[in-house]
Design a protein around this ligand. Structure first.
Ligand code: ADP
Ligand code: MG
Ligand code: MG
Length: 887
């Protein structure tokens, strides 16, 4: 028979932390803590399986209800109290908990079991009427909100009214009489909104709350969160029913949240917040501003010492930074939750490397713990230290990094602005789960209220959004669409900059600069290099980029585009002269002018990459790209005609003619790539001469130069064999002239479907392959890559495409062609070196796929190189582990 309900508590625990799929993260770890002897209030977990069954059938199997009843009986026996007992009632919390933590997504009900009768019993039992009614009013509001769907705000505003009425500031100033009145008003709200009385049978309350938790799996907030985080809709959540402990029983009671290390910086220092005389959500909700955890030792020393000790134990046990929740009831500590803590990118790297040094984890684990997105974030911009800043306010540095954008005050506005490509900073009094879409769309988030563990802070860190919270100096005026702070008025759509690393709010647009790789990241990436078997090169076409990429760990250039070099101010006249040439002789003359410049380019690049391979692609784009725009020329012509400058008129007319004659209907499929080289061999000859002369000169200086010449857009083997013949002829001539011998290679881009299909023929002629996945995607789909924005987003929304195939490699189609190409290529040349260049070379999913299908190296833009190094190491381990599993 299936087990649907798992008990936890000292000596009576059924579950353990490895059962997260079944018990949810919260339930599994509550069980694990109980197993470790950590004080946990006893309770039971109803499994995720039950959630799935219930959501499908909208009712429970008999057996579930039977096991649930059995568990309640056991809980009652264990506590020596019964649910709804008018003398001494058992109270419980009902808590959700999915397989992975979904902060703030599912709702919790506390103090369940209180009724008009049992509240009196509780008050008598603990001899504290205020406390009992404080619990009851909280319960009714939470139950009303979570279970009955009455807006929380309705209860909240009654509290505010009451406070005003009595002239007090804080919730804790409300006495038992006030709370009693609130209870009556709250019940009135429920009666009014729902048309029935607040339920007075605890068993009914409990079942309704359990149903509500299961139902909340499908609320909009949860669905959005799952979508944003790639969580499977079919998992379901578990429900935890747990004996209540009370942080609101006076000055030796309290509640808090903590991290075993600083989740923002990674520093190994206990970090957290707490409130004295408060319950549950108070800390995160930002109702009162919490105190820093290190002051708790002064107030409740024994419990604090025990907390520090337990946190250390939990961290060593789980071998990762933990995010914990606790409550102290009259000096006695209870742990209510532990999970692997979310952290910023910087913290992820620091914690991973520190834990290796501490001997908690090994290098491979460390490399696996850091995510590609983390590195991406670390390489994100920060505020230029030289920039002049006008700081208008300070808040808490909740999620690091700098962001610039236009002020918006609602999540919807942030989303709308993002749709039209505008960058925004979302400014809110505080954020709630409804805001996550807008938070994702904004560059950064600024809130007036809340602490380091408030919703905005937790979600901001998770998303890697720069975030400043608790900026109390700000007052938002929604009506007039502005906020005011320290004498400044910032209107909606005004630019501001926030720095989530130090918590500053700055007026206007501030220059941001790129981040650097710090010591810890460097160390981690060296470990990644030790692990990985996939090469990482860069796409670079100037010495500065090449040097930067090498600094970032590139092992050579996988794609050096030569066309960018032609656009230089000093080059373009010669390039245009070459294009305008009517015969071979004039063209050769122009090319001769270009030769020394092109040679200088290669000398610079080779120097930066000394000792490493440099793959140079010969000219690829259609020639018209180098000529001026037709409309501009027409305009110029009109001007000249009015001024009557006859000499120039003819010149311009000639250019216009050439532009017209070069015009193509589908330039991407037109006269470009090796087709250019074959029709105008002198262009490629000049380029090869420049490459080989540069290589010879540097070799003569004693450098090791490894040139790889790459022919683009080959679809027919003869295109390659002809081009190659020309390349080799020129190369041999140059080497003979210089009296030198250089080991050079001639290979090809594989970027047309036809090339993948005849890759065996092509491989016979090629020293290497490099998949040009941008063009290969374009030609496989028949999507013009410059026009996809018109329909790909719609395709994604409609579920026709999951990703933009130009961003994430289409494994099914393009990937299949690549497999064919690799297989056929290596069938004639088993050692054939194969790379991938183009945007996909720096995209984590695509890198892993490329590795799996047998690619030797990826090539990506310089700032993606560290990401590629990490992902390559992770995919190496993944492939190895999968293989070990099979054998
Ligand atoms: P979330 O998943 O949103 O963190 P939790 O289920 O952890 O929700 O509950 C939120 C807070 O409610 C906890 O941090 C804790 O302070 C309080 N809480 C939950 N269960 C209990 C309990 N049995 N006794 C006391 N407080 C509780
Ligand atoms: Mg929690
Ligand atoms: Mg191409």
């Amino acid at each position: 028979m299936s087990k649907f309900v798992y008990f936890f508590g000292k000596d009576v625990t059924d579950g353990k932390s490895s059962m997260k799929d079944l018990l949810g993260g919260k339930g599994a770890n509550l069980a694990e803590m109980a197993n470790l002897g950590v004080p946990v209030p006893p309770g039971f977990t109803i499994t995720t399986e039950v959630c799935v069954l219930y959501l499908k059938e909208n009712k429970y199997p008999e057996e579930v209800l039977r096991q649930e009843k059995e568990a309640i009986d056991k809980l009652e026996a264990l506590n020596g109290k019964r649910l709804g007992d008018p003398e001494d009632p058992l109270l419980v919390s009902v808590r959700s908990g999915a397989r992975v933590s979904m902060p703030g997504m599912m709702d919790t009900v506390l103090n369940l079991g209180l009724t008009d009768k049992s509240v009196i019993g509780l008050a008598k039992k603990v001899n504290d009427e205020r406390f009992a009614y404080d619990c009851y009013r909280r319960f009714i509001a939470m139950f009303g909100d979570v279970v009955l769907g009455v807006e929380f705000r309705k209860f909240d505003s009654l509290i505010e009214d009451k406070k005003k009425e009595l002239g007090v500031k804080s919730d804790t100033d409300l006495d038992s009489k006030a709370l009693k009145e609130l209870v009556e008003r709250f019940k009135g709200v429920i009666k009014l909104e729902k048309g029935f009385e607040f339920p007075q049978d605890p068993k009914v309350q409990l079942q309704m709350a359990i149903n509500a938790v299961f139902d909340s799996w499908n609320n909009q907030r949860a669905i959005t969160y799952r979508k944003l985080n790639g969580i499977d809709d079919s998992w379901g959540t578990a429900v935890n029913v747990q004996t209540m402990v009370y942080g609101n029983r006076g000055n030796t009671s309290g509640t808090g949240v903590a991290f075993t290390r600083n989740p923002s910086t990674g520093e190994k220092k206990f970090f957290g917040e707490y409130l004295i005389n408060a319950q549950g959500e108070d800390v995160v909700a930002g109702i009162r501003t919490p105190d820093f955890i290190n002051t708790l030792g002064d107030k409740i020393p024994e419990a604090y010492a025990q907390l520090v000790d337990i946190c250390q134990r939990l961290e060593s046990h789980f071998t990762d930074m933990q995010d914990i929740e606790f409550t102290i009831q009259e000096g006695k500590l209870y742990m209510l939750q532990t999970r692997t803590g979310k952290r910023t990118a910087a913290a992820a790297v620091k914690i991973a490397t520190d834990m290796v040094a501490e001997g908690l984890i090994d290098k491979e684990t460390a490399v696996n713990r850091v995510k590609a997105e983390h590195i991406d974030l670390l390489l994100h911009p920060r505020i230029d230290p030289e920039a002049k800043l006008e700081v208008i306010a300070k808040g808490l540095p909740a999620s690091p990094g700098a962001a610039v954008g236009k002020v918006v005050f609602t999540a919807e506005a942030a989303e709308e602005m993002a749709e039209i490509g505008e960058k925004t900073i979302l400014v809110r009094t505080e954020t709630s789960p409804e805001d996550i879409g807008g938070m994702a769309a904004a560059q950064g988030v600024l809130t007036v209220r809340g602490g380091m563990t408030s919703h905005a802070a937790v979600v901001g860190r998770g998303m890697g959004k720069p975030c400043v919270v608790g900026c109390g100096e700000i007052s938002i005026d929604m009506k007039n669409a502005h906020f005011m702070v320290n004498g400044f008025t910032i209107k909606e759509h005004d630019f501001i900059t926030i720095d989530g690393s130090i918590g500053s709010v700055i007026i206007g647009k501030v220059d941001l600069i790129d981040a650097e790789i710090n010591y810890d990241l460097r160390k981690l990436l060296i470990w990644a290099d030790e692990i990985r078997t996939l090469g990482v090169r860069t796409n670079a076409d100037n010495p500065a980029d090449a040097a930067l990429a090498r600094e970032l760990g590139a092992e050579g250039i996988g794609l050096c585009r030569t066309e960018h070099m032609f656009f230089g101010e000093d080059r373009i006249p010669a390039v245009r002269e070459m294009i305008m040439a009517e015969d071979e002789k004039t063209r050769k003359k122009a090319l001769k002018r270009l030769l020394p410049m092109q040679k200088e380019d290669f000398i610079g690049i080779f120097r930066s990459m000394e000792g490493l391979p440099v793959t140079i692609r010969l000219l690829d784009p259609p020639l018209h790209e180098f000529l001026p725009d037709k409309e501009e020329l027409d305009e110029k012509l009109r001007e000249l005609e009015t001024s009557g400058d006859c000499g120039k008129i003819d010149e311009v007319k000639k250019v216009i003619q050439r532009v017209v004659s070069l015009k193509e209907l589908n330039p991407m499929l037109g006269h470009r790539g090796c087709r250019l080289g074959i029709t105008y061999p002198e262009i490629y000859n000049m380029q090869v001469r420049a490459i080989m002369e540069a290589a010879c000169e540097l070799t003569a200086e004693g450098m090791e130069i490894v040139p790889e010449i790459m022919i683009p857009l080959v679809g027919l083997v003869k295109e390659l064999s002809l081009s190659k013949e020309e390349v080799c002829k020129t190369a041999e001539t140059v080497m003979a002239e210089k009296g030198m011998k250089i080991d050079y290679k001639v290979g090809t881009m594989i970027e047309l479907p036809r090339a993948t299909i005849v890759a065996d023929q092509i491989a016979k002629e090629a020293d290497f392959f490099s998949f040009g996945t941008n063009d290969l995607t374009q030609t496989t789909f028949g999507f013009s890559r410059d026009d996809v924005s018109k329909f790909v987003p719609i395709y994604q929304k409609a579920g026709i495409l999951e990703h933009d195939p130009f961003a994430v490699l289409d494994q099914e189609g393009v990937g299949e062609l690549m497999k064919i190409g690799i297989g056929k290529g290596r069938s004639v040349k088993p050692e054939l070196k194969i790379g991938i260049c183009g945007e996909h070379g720096g995209e984590p999913k695509s890198i892993t796929f490329a590795h799996q299908i047998g690619i030797d190296y990826v090539s990506c833009s310089p700032y993606r190189v560290p990401i590629a190094r990490l992902v390559a190491a992770q995919s190496t381990m993944e492939i190895r582990d999968a293989k070990n599993k099979r054998t």
